[in-house]
Design a protein around this ligand. Structure first.
Ligand code: NDP
Length: 378
């Protein structure tokens, strides 16, 4: 069973009981965006979003946006004409707002699109994001933002030059139990953090899928699922790592070809002296756990990054924050960031995506050389 299956099962059980929580963004750091969206009776201005790449995760996002208070699906970009037709009909997106990969630069003249959410295979993100930015639209890009830091920097630069914002689809940054652990850590409830463990993986199926093709995936499990442990280590510990060591093992070199990592264990060191020990794999199931311990207490999230519900406990007891459909909450919060200038508790911008890519580059370098890599994340 793949992680997608597990997540789908979770979701089916939970969607009926999903509760709505209040907006989680902490502050309103800057003035109203120059691209304010429209007001259509939902809460505040509405972010009008075009989805690019109509695959399985885009479908989840499209469905989630149906119950979003602040984001609405207004455009579609796809290489498959039949999907444009089907999705257009299903989600009420008129033909004039449907594009393909050749002509989507024309969105610059589409006043009903504020942002494009890129949900295509990883190696396509860079060029697509740059084109969206040059069309004057905000970019929301799925993780990994790109496949290395150099490409990520190109995206950050292009968005900055075009005067648009770049966000990464880090849905866990809005998840209530995750945010409660972060709140407790900031309040000093765990004392000084000493150790984090992040276990992220699943046994991948179909050997023909793009996730196992370096040309489209840019790597293997690390790009897809290991990135949750990297990102999680950073938001749970609350520091930026200063070094990384890593070791790769491959049990199936036929399925996991050159450049497609199957299993990597890696360790991160933080300025305070805290350390993290993480596992990224495409070859084992039942791996979705974060554990953190400090001088005064601990936190465990299990599961930690699936579609939910996230479950967790600390030395003070069970975490009881309500489950909310992650993608609905994410789109509501991203509308607040893009339209109102809200600052999320945990960043979701291009600089945040770039830090994870720098760590991924360093992990691959550590695997290749066997040597510890120093990190300067700024
Ligand atoms: P899918 O394979 O289900 O969909 C990808 C879509 O991209 C395709 O359906 C296709 O849509 C489009 N596409 C364009 N070019 C290609 C190509 N050369 N090969 C294959 N597809 C292409 O992938 P996912 O939706 O699972 O993943 C897409 C992205 O979303 C990845 O970056 C992944 O890491 C991320 N993701 C994030 C998750 C999260 O929880 N945040 C969960 C799952 C994925 P079309 O036919 O319309 O062009």
């Amino acid at each position: 069973m793949t992680i997608d299956h597990l997540r789908r099962n979770f979701l089916q059980k939970l969607v009926a009981s999903a509760a709505v929580v209040p907006m989680l963004s902490s502050t309103n750091a800057f003035a109203q965006s120059d691209r304010p969206g429209t007001t259509d009776g939902r809460q505040g201005a509405t972010l009008r979003v075009a989805l690019m790449g109509l695959g399985s995760y885009a479908e989840r996002v499209a469905e989630a946006m149906q119950s979003s208070k602040r984001a609405r699906l207004t455009g579609l970009i796809s290489g498959t004409p039949s999907k444009l037709q089907e999705w257009g009909t299903k989600f009420g997106v008129a033909e004039k707002h449907r594009y393909n990969y050749e002509n989507f630069d024309r969105i610059k003249d589409d006043p009903d699109i504020d942002a494009v959410y890129i949900i295509t295979p990883n190696t396509l993100h860079r060029d697509q994001a740059i084109r969206v930015a040059r069309a004057g639209k905000h970019v929301i890009c799925e993780k990994p933002m790109a496949v290395n830091a150099r490409e990520g920097q190109d995206m950050v630069d292009a968005c900055s030059e075009a005067g648009v914002k770049l966000l990464v689809g880090y849905r866990m940054h809005f998840e209530p139990k995750t945010l409660e652990v972060i709140r407790m850590r900031k309040a000093g409830d765990f004392g000084s953090i000493r150790f984090f463990q992040g276990l992220c993986g699943f046994r991948i199926g179909d050997p023909g899928q793009w996730r196992l093709d370096k040309a489209l995936a840019g790597g293997g499990a690390m790009m897809d699922i290991g990135i949750y442990a990297i990102n999680g280590a950073r938001y749970m510990v609350g520091e930026e790592p200063v070094w990384v060591t890593a070791q790769e093992t491959k049990t199936d070199p036929v399925k996991f070809k050159q450049g497609v990592d199957e299993t990597i264990q890696f360790q991160l060191g933080f300025p305070s002296g805290a350390v993290a020990s993480c596992l990224s794999t495409y070859q084992m199931n039942h791996l979705d756990r974060f554990f953190m311990t400090g001088e005064k207490g601990f936190a465990e999230l299990l599961p930690a990054t699936g579609y939910g519900p996230i479950e967790g406990r600390t030395h003070k007891g069970e975490l009881t924050q309500p489950h909310v459909m992650h993608q609905t909450l994410q789109m509501d919060e991203m509308a607040g960031i893009l339209l109102d200038g809200n600052t999320p508790v945990v960043p979701v911008d291009g600089a945040e995506g770039l830090k994870d890519l720098k760590i991924i580059d360093a992990i691959y370098a550590a695997c290749a050389t066997g040597r510890r890599q120093e990190l300067r994340l700024g």
